[in-house]
Design a protein around this ligand. Structure first.
Ligand code: GTP
Ligand code: MG
Length: 328
């Protein structure tokens, strides 16, 4: 279906008609050869909540490093996803969606976004079809005044038509004239490879920052916490997922099995009851589904024990937040 869409890259030049900006990328399927040179750098993905940032990073890395749900504020941390080649190392960062923070946890989340502006070699500003503005003006100004290359990725074009697509390109071109616009579908992998090759072009010459077999900067327990949190985001309504944090207290790897014990933290007694559900059925479902994902992720059998604890107002408590890795 996507074949009908014209893949586009906008080379920012003023005074040309929209059609002149369209360059059909014929074939970039070759592996970039850098002639003895090594390139490396930070490529940070930022944008509003729910636009598809985590979906794109996972597509680049080829692993489910970031959890993905249809709910906003799924990602709470800055997560590094490393793509290694013989002569390049791309350090992608997935970041939380930009919001106006209402409590301490969200302040920390926005601090991760801020840090992503500070060390980027290339910025990937992701918007989705139909979106009109970034939820924070100061972050938006950082993008429009950016001295480093900005790729504006217009995502979810599988949900649009050609006319809507053209209108959106025009809109964003006006708003962010310093960016190259690429229309993509992170979910269907449309134009993802092309964006990757453009990133390689833009990266500075540099030795690698991390060992070439490293995939991320996060420890195993982080991915356990996230797999469990994903199931909570999927299965519970309203405020519940936002009041939950997961802490893995035990991660013990044996030859054929990984034994894990994790605690699901909520803010109030009533939330604890909801998480556990009738005769424990709701919690059991979370456990079964998370375990299935973890067995795939670690390629090993997993035994997962889940507990629920009340940790009053952890979202607003600096010490608790620090304990859960929301450092500032
Ligand atoms: N139709 C369509 N849906 C997409 C595409 N990319 C992502 N999605 C969906 O959009 C929703 C949000 O995706 P995420 O990758 O979690 O978005 P995010 O920007 O990381 O969200 P936060 O972490 O909450 O900021 C999920 O339901 C995805 O399946 C796309 O190209 N097309
Ligand atoms: Mg995300």
């Amino acid at each position: 279906m996507l074949k009908n869409y014209m893949p586009i890259i906008n080379i920012p030049t003023s005074g040309k008609s929209l059609n002149e900006f369209y360059i059909i990328i014929i074939s970039l399927n070759f592996v970039t050869k850098l002639k003895g040179m090594h390139k490396a750098g930070f490529v940070n993905i930022i944008g509003n909540p729910n636009v598809g940032k985590s979906t794109l990073m996972n597509a680049f890395v080829g692993e489910k490093l970031s959890i993905i749900t249809s709910k906003a504020q799924t990602t709470r941390h800055r997560i590094l996803g490393i793509v290694n080649g013989e002569d390049f190392q791309v350090l992608f960062s997935d970041t939380p969606g930009i919001i106006k923070p209402a409590y301490e946890l969200q302040e920390s989340m926005m601090h991760f976004v801020k840090s992503a502006f500070e060390d980027a070699d290339v910025l990937l500003y992701m918007v989705e079809i139909g979106e009109k503005e970034l939820k924070d003006e100061s972050f938006f100004n950082k993008i429009t005044n950016s001295k480093i290359p900005v790729l504006l990725l217009l995502n979810k074009i599988d949900k649009s038509n050609q006319q809507q697509l053209e209108e959106q390109v025009q809109l964003w071109q006006g708003k962010v004239p310093n960016a190259e616009i690429v229309a993509i579908s992170a979910l269907e992998g449309f134009q993802v490879k092309e964006v990757f090759h453009r990133i390689i072009d833009l990266l500075p010459e540099s030795p690698p920052f991390y060992p070439k077999d490293q995939l991320t900067d996060k420890p195993e327990r982080f991915f356990v916490n996230e797999a469990i949190r994903e199931k909570i985001l999927i299965h519970y309504k309203k405020e519940i997922p936002y009041a939950v944090e997961v802490d893995t207290e035990e991660f013990y790897e044996e030859e054929h099995i990984i034994r894990i014990r994790s605690v699901i933290m909520v803010e109030r007694e009533t939330q604890k009851g909801i998480i556990i559900g009738h005769k424990g059925s709701a919690l059991k479902r979370v456990g079964v589904e998370a375990r299935r994902d973890l067995e795939k992720f670690f390629a090993k059998q997993v035994h997962l024990e889940l507990y629920v604890k009340v940790n009053k107002n952890w979202r607003s408590n600096q010490n608790q937040l620090k304990r859960f890795g929301y450092n500032r």
